[in-house]
Design a protein around this ligand. Sequence first.
Ligand SMILES: N[C@@H](CCC(=O)N[C@@H](CS)C(=O)NCC(=O)O)C(=O)O
Length: 205
Amino acid sequence: MKLHYNVASPFVRKVMAVAIETGQEDRLEPVNRMMTPVRPDADLALDNPLGKIPCLVTDEGVALFDSRVICEYLDSLHDGPKMFPPAGSARWTALRRQAQGDGIMDAGVLTRYETFLRPEERRWPEWITNQKQKFRRALDALEGEAAGFGDAVDIGTITIGCALGYLDFRYQDEHWRANRPRLAAWGERFAQRPSMARTAPAEIW
Ligand SMILES: N[C@@H](CCC(=O)N[C@@H](CS)C(=O)NCC(=O)O)C(=O)O
């Protein structure tokens, strides 16, 4: 299966981590995409009209996006422990945690675009401040929940692990661990998993 990807994207990392956790990494053929919202990739847009990564093209030739859909699709293809709990409160907890992690990554990626891509004279400080407030509040909420994460390995904890990794990658000056000791301790442990260690983000430009 073709996976449009690059190594800086936290959303791609989710997909790679799920593929590793479910023993399917070898099924993916990564195709590197170096696009940005202001430098689109025409070949990617043929498969994903939204022009975003990750985008998976299945063996049947069906293009799937976004990371939530791809991760759930991969989870449907194996018989091991499921990353998406099938039903009940475990499912809603995992999906909510996924949404929290995705939200942190959305705010982080959008702020990165605003500060890295947009010409300095056109930047909007209030917008940047309020996007950062989103991920700061989400981190505070996760600090309150982290003691309950236990040893769970599912789409919720994987996404949160990717979100924390993205903050380490792009927002070191946030020092998110300060005043969030439980989340920090959980994050250190989770980052040791092969699926996390082998997918750490890297600079692409
Ligand atoms: N909700 C999407 C977000 C994907 C996303 O924002 N990807 C970024 C890279 S990290 C992207 O492709 N940006 C290019 C653009 O917005 O044009 C998902 O979960 O896959």
